[in-house]
Design a protein around this ligand. Structure first.
Ligand code: GLN
Length: 331
């Protein structure tokens, strides 16, 4: 429908800048204190091991596109990345394939339904709809380069580690817990297979997907991974280019419409940033050209988004002027 790259349009990033380091540090400390006592929501337990999380954990980290790192609370506690991996695997697939390929093969529109919905596939004639819901994420994992499942998994682990700027490790206990209880994801993959919408063996692909969800990260890692997308695809700490600026842009666009599942519209209205959440309690919210906020707190709302994390993102976005849609008159 659209030309790939209109030749006369110069792509400029006009996104302003964050306030001083002191203001950022103070904001994170204030937000941490303000929401530490909030205990609404429930820790996920459909993956049995996630129920062992301490509901009191609460960590924040903001990494600027310049590479400056700010932290508050439990920003160094490890947890499984879960659905947040979908954002970065999507970026790796866009990098390996193309904008048009993922648009056609997967799709970029919100389902309006829960992330593990079977109905969403049925209502859309077999389309997985987008790479941020489980069906679309599994179909996207299938598109990662590699001749064998082992090679594909290694490419995912290497790519996500480059986003984080350190080698990410698989949590064997989380992987085992999810592998023995993920009948629904296997069913979603089989359903996609029945529609001819998955290009590799469905169960092998679910296994790779389960591994990617079991990688251990911290709130600080999430902020660095997000800051790589905020910095035109270059990791601001290692200075390594992980994906192209175009892929970073496309990933953020998808996160804006689909990153917070069926609550993405409300999220964008309140917080105004592309973001991705995971069922273990992480959120990464990205301000293009400026940096990214990583939050971790395990209590979730009914859509599966961290309650404290959402409040923290709201507050930080407002306090530091990160909302994408905010402007003031030029004169
Ligand atoms: N691994 C989880 C699943 O497939 C990820 C879901 C999530 O984080 N929302 O159900």
């Amino acid at each position: 429908m659209f030309e790939a790259e209109p030749p006369t349009v110069k792509q400029l990033a006009l996104t302003g800048s964050l306030p001083t380091d002191t203001a950022i540090g103070q904001t994170l400390t204030d937000v941490h204190l303000r929401y530490s006592d909030l205990d609404d929501g429930e820790v996920a337990d459909y993956i049995p091991i996630l129920a062992e999380a301490d509901p009191a954990w609460f960590g924040l980290s903001l990494v600027e596109a310049t590479g400056d790192v700010h932290e508050a609370g439990d920003s160094a506690i490890g947890f499984s990345i879960q659905s947040i991996s979908k954002a970065f695997v999507f970026a790796l697939v866009c990098h390996a394939r193309s904008h048009e390929y993922v648009h056609e093969r997967i799709g970029v529109n919100n389902t309006g339904l829960a992330y593990n919905s079977v109905m969403a596939i049925e209502l859309n004639h077999g389309s997985p709809m987008n790479s941020m819901v489980n069906a679309g994420a599994i179909a996207t994992t299938a598109l990662i380069p590699g001749q064998t499942p082992a090679e594909k998994w290694e490419n995912i682990r290497t790519g996500l580690s480059q986003f984080a700027g350190r080698q990410l490790e698989l949590d064997g206990r989380v992987y085992h817990s999810e592998s023995t209880t993920n009948q629904r994801n296997k069913a979603l993959a089989r359903l996609l297979e029945s529609y001819g919408r998955i290009i590799t063996d469905p169960l092998d692909t679910v296994d790779i997907y389960t591994r990617q969800c079991s990688l251990t990260v911290t709130a600080r890692d999430l902020a660095i991974m997000g800051a790589t997308l905020a910095d035109g695809g270059v990791n601001p700490l290692t200075k390594q280019r992980v994906v192209s600026a175009e892929v970073a842009r496309d990933t953020l666009a998808l996160l804006a419409s689909c990153g917070m599942y069926e609550n993405s519209g409300e999220w964008l209205f309140e917080i105004g940033l592309p973001a991705k959440s995971g069922v273990s309690g992480g959120i990464v919210a990205i301000a293009p050209g400026k940096g990214a906020l990583g939050t971790f707190s395990p209590r979730l709302d009914t859509a599966g988004n961290s309650v404290r994390g959402q409040r923290a993102c709201f507050h930080v976005s407002r306090a530091l002027g990160m909302n994408l849609f905010a402007s003031t008159p030029a004169r």
